[in-house]
Write a protein that binds this ligand. Sequence first.
Ligand SMILES: Cc1cc2nc3c(=O)[nH]c(=O)nc-3n(C[C@H](O)[C@H](O)[C@H](O)COP(=O)(O)OP(=O)(O)OC[C@H]3O[C@@H](n4cnc5c(N)ncnc54)[C@H](O)[C@@H]3O)c2cc1C
Length: 411
Amino acid sequence: MNLDLSILEGKYVVRSGPPGCNFCAGVLSETLIKKMERIGIILPQEIAQSSVEGYCMLTKKGELWLTHPLHARKIATVFRGNGPLFSNITKNISFDDFLLREALKMGARVYYKKVSSIELPSKPEEKVLVKTEDETFEADLVVGAFGLNTDFLEKVKRMEFGYKPPKVLKTCQTELKIGSEFVKEKFKDFIFILNIGIKGFRFSAIIPKGEYITITLVGNDDLTFSKMEKFLKEDFMKKLLPDGFSLPHQHCHCLPRIAVTSAKKPFTDRFVIIGDASCSRYYKNGIESALITASLAAETAINLGISEKDFRKGYWRKARKIIIDNFFGRLLFSLNDFIARADFIVESHIRIARSNSFPFKILRNILWNMFTGNIDYWRIFLKSVNPFLLIYMAFSGIRTILDNFFKKKKE
Ligand SMILES: Cc1cc2nc3c(=O)[nH]c(=O)nc-3n(C[C@H](O)[C@H](O)[C@H](O)COP(=O)(O)OP(=O)(O)OC[C@H]3O[C@@H](n4cnc5c(N)ncnc54)[C@H](O)[C@@H]3O)c2cc1C
């Protein structure tokens, strides 16, 4: 099939800081890297900022280091744009620019132009018009991959074909330059998941990237940067940052949106929406979800057609699997919130996961998959309701309570 594909990108992704960045923690999951390789996209070394050895879960009751079951480094970290604001990076390390260059190699045209409007045809045989400030493009099919951090979402909502964008939350991120030696020594190429059970935070992580670390916070409500400033002053953070660290005057930070629900009807005749603006995995591997929804939309367009009916039958029916799986994702995150706040459960979990007992394997496997997102949430959920594990955890919990009781009595 002879395809003529034009990409319209409103941002110069080779710039550093927010003007060139698509605001994410930049963790490329093992499964995403494999999917990219399958379509001929090999991540170059100069784009990968670190290859991750594993995850370290930090709790109030201790830490747990988890490595890849095959002791391999299959997860990478990247900067979406050309590094943090105020960095003096002279090479091009932008992941998004790398992807655009790959698309160019595969025959696409790339225009650095912001789309101002999309006009849908009044008759099915007519084409769609995509307008920018100075040019109008005519297309058989338009794919909306505009994400959540754009006012274009509202414009598309007003096009009145039934599209409702996902509900979102404002998250908070900052990139701190603390030196490659310190990063290596403290984080050892591990992504830190801070499961401290602090009220108001749903998820917090530290991602090592060369001489920088990226700190990502997701709250129960919209976050502001003052929450990050407060977070950085917590005792557990002081232990992870250089002695006497204080937030430099010039630092890169952002408040990107994350989806908490999926969109309604992200398709119509000759127009389909993919990525975050459509549906993505709950709090996990959004870039991979974008690749999955892009592939589903492309498959539908080529094998079925480009009408609303075709997208409902092909694209949306398959994409709904993500939405159904997110139900289990929410359940698991809620369970984790509860556990993180109950000290005795955290303590008994750490005890099991560090032990050599059989359930430790199940628990480590659950945590590994929860952090990496390597398998569907429903599969993780099934693993976590393993009756053997639950009984063992109940006994371990009782033992922890009794141990603590007698320890206190002795004191
Ligand atoms: C705090 C946080 C941390 C995250 N961490 C990770 C992570 O570590 N790993 C991971 O896989 N996912 C992560 N995600 C999710 C990930 O960022 C998204 O799922 C992913 O970027 C979605 O891709 P997308 O193509 O849908 O949208 P985006 O990546 O947002 O890309 C949208 C593109 O459309 C362009 N655009 C928008 N409007 C217009 C317009 N009018 N005209 C032209 N161009 C336009 C933008 O410039 C941008 O380039 C994170 C998200 C958040 C909020």
